[in-house]
Design a protein around this ligand. Structure first.
Ligand code: B1M
Length: 213
């Protein structure tokens, strides 16, 4: 039987071909999907990041670990998502310009969807203007969420939020949420975002609160 630890090791070592079966095996054995995600895969990405920082691994290894995690999350998806999609309105989501990280953003999308929103995912490296365009053209938009994973793209997040504000998004009653590892509540306040949350679960709770306030 695959354990949380084994799933973490497969992600850490980038064993793309083995991850789906291991996650399924763990689920079948009754291991909690949330624990497999948080204590297994997300924890493993933390180890990968630390090894990268210590020059023990390089970008290709980080990339293959990310691919492995994505495959594992696909198996977890039905166990994490709910079935009330769209009831709370539309949530526009994306990773800001210059930033290619999408695992955290995808998890936020998954949790937001299971909280009852229709999620329009703009992808990665999204120009500020594209967020504005989507917020104005999609139906029943309640929230725009932007993710930034690099200290070097914090400025891009600031530009995104300020472009949204300048385009009159807040006057339309649309809220702006931000997140990502280098982001803090203080930074979110400074750039004029309506909310900051540290993780995907908290993002879903906050989104629901903002949309139903
Ligand atoms: Co990159 N990378 N990376 N990387 N990478 C980090 C972020 C880094 C911390 C690694 C390190 O040095 N320890 C470091 C950043 C350092 C810094 O900012 N000062 C780094 C670097 C330096 C780089 C490059 C510059 C490396 C290079 O080329 N020399 C380069 C930049 C490319 C670019 O974006 N322009 C780069 C590239 C890559 C890959 C492409 C190889 C790959 C990404 C693949 C992909 O995403 N498809 C990658 C990876 C995998 C990582 C690490 C190892 C893992 C990221 C991850 O998926 N974490 C990462 C190290 C780490 O995180 N410890 C690292 C798991 C994920 C679940 O967490 O994304 O934080 P996270 O999301 C969380 C929260 O942040 C929050 O909720 C999520 C889950 O609960 N959250 C939100 C996220 N968005 C939110 C939005 C919200 C609310 C909450 O509201 C809207």
């Amino acid at each position: 039987m695959a354990s949380i630890q084994e799933v973490a090791e497969l992600v850490e070592k980038g064993k793309v071909k083995l991850i789906e079966a291991a996650v399924q095996e763990a689920l079948d054995a009754g291991v909690d999907a949330g624990a497999l995600l948080n204590d297994g895969m997300i924890a493993a990405m933390g180890v990968v990041g630390a090894k990268f920082q210590a020059n023990e691994i390089f970008v290709p290894e980080m990339l293959v670990a990310a691919k492995t995690m994505k495959k594992g999350v696909e198996v977890l998806k039905p166990h994490l998502a709910g079935d009330s999609v769209g009831q709370l309105g539309t949530y526009i989501l994306g990773t800001v310009a210059g930033d290619l990280h999408d695992i955290g953003k995808n998890l936020v999308g998954l949790m937001i969807e299971s909280a009852g929103f229709r999620v329009v995912d703009l992808g990665v490296d999204v120009p500020a203007e594209k967020f504005v365009e989507a917020a104005k053209s999609e139906q029943n938009v309640k929230i725009v969420g932007a993710s930034a994973l690099l200290t070097t793209t914090m400025d891009s997040l600031k530009n995104t939020v300020q472009t949204l504000i300048a385009a009159g998004i807040k006057e339309l009653g649309i809220k702006i949420m931000v997140g990502g590892a280098p982001i803090t509540q203080a930074f979110a306040d400074e750039i004029g975002a309506d909310a900051y949350t540290p993780d995907a679960g908290a993002a879903a709770v906050k989104a629901k609160e903002l949309a139903t306030a």
